[in-house]
Design a protein around this ligand. Structure first.
Ligand code: GAL
Length: 704
């Protein structure tokens, strides 16, 4: 698989923001102040032009590049770099009114009015041509400009359109995929409820009762976005070949199989907005961000990537938009760097005076100038990132364990009626995240990889809820275990094939009963307040454990039983099993275990397979990026409480006050420590909360 690895050339971690000079045209004092303040804040770069199409082309074929010429020059003169954004993320009003076909149509068949953003039809030849035209103009004019460091193509490309163009393109796509209607009908099991198609023209874009159709529609929409992106990048490739291209991802966004997208890009970039809720389990949420960062690392082939958007303070789209507590912002930034980010960019540089995001956090507030808490904090971050220059380009440390994150399995599970949905509807990602957190709490480092990755680079591969399991993937995973690897599978493994049709011959399919030494006969879905007791020696130290939501009725067929169900009518049936598979080991966990139980399992696994691990107090995390001169290490306290650690002879530097720490050390709430480089600044921390509260475990949503 092609791995994206061309980053903007720079000898340091880049630092900047989305910048909208097009909202301030004619306000020269503001535009001049922007540059002065960027320099003061230690900014290196900015994304420009994301929503600026009309400012660049106010009517068809009439271009007004002067403001962008001036901006590029101002940046070049100040030694700042530009991530230039072709403006396809928001359609010009004139184009949208002239060609209504570029506007999306909803499932209900209704075309949207002009306005909004991220809402073009991905199929429309008119829109594709218009985008290619403006991009050609931009590439010809700025493609070799000294300030240009990166093409930031589009913005958070996503969503779907149900217009006739899309539906017809879908039918053509289906013809290519299935060949004949007979094969399509077989793949989708359409004799169910009399859904057999007798002509291609009968196939709709949406029918929730046809889960094979849903899978293919999601695949098609994903492909349309990728081909839209390819069309958009063609002129940039041709006229500006020396400048890398990216588009900003949205973590685990549902409709976008980013493994596929990554093949079209030179580097990976992501947007993340962790919800800061100081009342709750902040460390679990921070591990949720680590999960997303690990996915980006995986998409970047294990190398560095770019954090393209995060907020310097609060967002404006939660119900309650909290300010980040002291230390949290710096920690979020360093957490991304520790996970491989070679750029930290904010949304947004300056708050606009009007529009939907006028209250969204920004480096520069409506008050203007640098006399604000947020500006000072951002300038401190700028100095820290300058200190961290040696980190740029270094790969994050490789983990011994990998989790497979697979959009196809997620789509299949989402589309199937029956399996109990998670609170946010996304059972698949929830399971991946829970296993990621449990592994990390057990002291194991984890990478995220695709289902077609090279498993042999890992000691253990975990495939949480790999519900859709094509035979080829099953064979590759079995071969990995047979060659001596450890394969951990969980509930909801191997129920269906790539068409969302159930495997015959008993779960887990395909033919994995022998590999796991068990048969999954049926599954009990529990009420929200129900718990089923689980017993096994390996849970004794955790004080026993229990399962919620999902319990499979497993039968050992040669595997060793490690734990059994201890309540319910099926008490005594095995729920955690281990099997020797040639040179390796397979493990099957048939229930959604409570967090402590899941951690106990991974502690057992680490012991049995002799995996390297580092056990730290809950919520304390250590990560490193490794260079020729040794590692640069990060130590974080993700909790809002003080935590005692023993650093032994190692010397870390605390960012909050520049102190050197070694031996027995008390980490402050949201503390960040560095080893291997000297931090350049001291952060003024607010006084500690003298009465930190303890919090009960609760389900944690992933940051958007
Ligand atoms: C992102 C988007 C930005 C801005 C930001 C606000 O999803 O790309 O343009 O809207 O959210 O948090």
């Amino acid at each position: 698989m092609n791995r994206p690895s061309r980053l903007p050339s720079c000898e340091r971690v880049l630092y900047g923001a989305d910048y909208n000079p097009d909202q301030w045209l004619g306000e020269d004092a503001v535009l001049r102040e922007d540059i002065a303040l960027m320099r003061k804040a230690g900014v290196t770069s900015a994304s420009i032009g994301i929503f600026a199409w009309t400012a660049l082309e106010p009517s068809p074929g009439v271009y007004t590049f002067q403001w962008l010429d001036e901006t590029m020059e101002r940046f070049a003169k100040a030694g700042l770099s530009v991530f230039l954004a072709p403006p396809s993320a928001s359609k010009p009003m004139w184009l949208s009114e002239l060609h209504p076909e570029i506007r999306r149509v909803g499932r209900d068949g209704r075309r949207e009015p002009s306005g909004g953003r991220h809402n073009h039809c991905p199929t429309s030849p008119v829109y594709r041509a218009a985008v290619a035209r403006i991009n050609r103009e931009l590439a010809a004019r700025y493609g070799k400009h000294p300030a240009l460091a990166l093409w930031h193509v589009g913005n958070e490309l996503n969503g779907e359109c149900h217009c006739d163009l899309c539906i017809n393109a879908f039918r053509d796509w289906l013809k290519r995929r299935h060949g004949s209607l007979a094969d399509l009908n077989r793949a989708w099991w359409t004799s169910f409820w009399n859904h057999t198609f007798t002509d291609w023209s009968q196939i709709p874009s949406h029918d929730p009762s046809n889960d094979g159709l849903t899978m293919d529609w999601l695949r098609f929409v994903n492909d349309q976005h990728v081909s839209f992106l390819e069309n958009e990048m063609a002129p940039l490739r041709e006229l500006s070949p020396g400048v890398p291209r990216t588009t900003n991802f949205m973590g685990t966004n549902r409709g976008t199989n980013y493994w596929q997208w990554s093949r079209s890009l030179d580097c990976i970039s992501n947007d993340i907005y962790p919800l800061h809720d100081d009342r709750a389990d902040s460390w679990r949420k921070a591990l949720g961000s680590d999960f997303i960062h690990s996915l980006m690392r995986g998409l970047a082939g294990g190398g560095p990537w770019l954090l393209m958007e995060c907020s310097p303070s609060a967002v404006n789209w939660h119900k309650i938009n909290k300010l980040k507590r002291p230390g949290v912002h710096l920690q979020e930034v360093l957490q991304a760097v520790a996970n491989g980010a070679d750029a930290i960019h904010y949304f947004q540089w300056r708050k606009g005076l009007g529009g939907h995001e006028k209250f969204h956090g920004a480096v520069i507030d409506h008050a203007g100038g640098s006399d604000s808490r947020v500006f000072r904090e951002c300038a401190e971050v700028g100095r820290v990132l300058q200190t961290l220059a040696p980190v740029a380009g270094l790969a994050p440390e490789r983990a011994p364990v990998a989790i497979v994150y697979d959009w196809e399995a997620r789509w299949a599970l989402d589309a199937s009626a029956g399996p109990k949905k998670a609170a946010d509807g996304d059972r698949y990602t929830e399971t991946c995240l829970e296993h990621f957190r449990a592994l990390r709490c057990a002291g194991l480092e984890v990478d995220l990889i695709s289902a077609d990755a090279d498993f042999s680079a890992y000691r253990v591969v975990v495939t949480p809820a790999l519900y859709a399991l094509p035979a080829t993937t099953a064979r590759r995973l079995s071969a990995f275990a047979a060659a001596g690897g450890g394969w951990v599978a969980t509930y909801l493994t191997g129920y269906v094939d790539e068409h969302n049709r159930c495997w015959r011959g008993g779960f887990p399919g395909p033919e994995l009963r022998a590999v796991f030494g068990l048969w999954n006969e049926e599954v009990d879905y529990l009420f929200d307040d129900e718990k089923v007791r689980v017993e096994g020696a390996l849970f004794d130290s955790a004080g026993g454990t229990f399962a919620t939501d999902i319990v499979e009725r497993l039968h050992a067929e040669g595997a060793e039983t490690l734990a059994t169900v201890a309540s319910e009518f099926y008490a005594g049936s095995p729920v955690l099993l281990r099997n020797n598979w040639e040179l390796g080991d397979t493990f099957y966990l048939g229930a959604r275990l409570a967090e402590e139980g899941c951690i106990a399992f991974y502690e057992y696994l680490a012991g049995e397979l002799d995996l390297p691990r580092l056990v730290l107090p809950r919520g304390v995390v250590r990560k490193s990026r490794v260079g020729a001169d040794g590692p640069i290490e990060f130590l974080f306290n993700y909790t809002r409480e003080e935590v005692a650690v023993d650093l032994g002879e190692e010397r870390f530097h605390r960012l909050a006050d520049g102190q050197t720490c070694r031996g027995k050390t008390t980490l402050r709430p949201y503390d960040s420590l560095l080893k291997g480089v000297l931090p350049a600044c001291v952060f003024p921390l607010a006084p500690h909360d003298p009465h930190p509260t303890r919090h009960e475990p609760q389900a944690s949503a992933l940051p958007r």
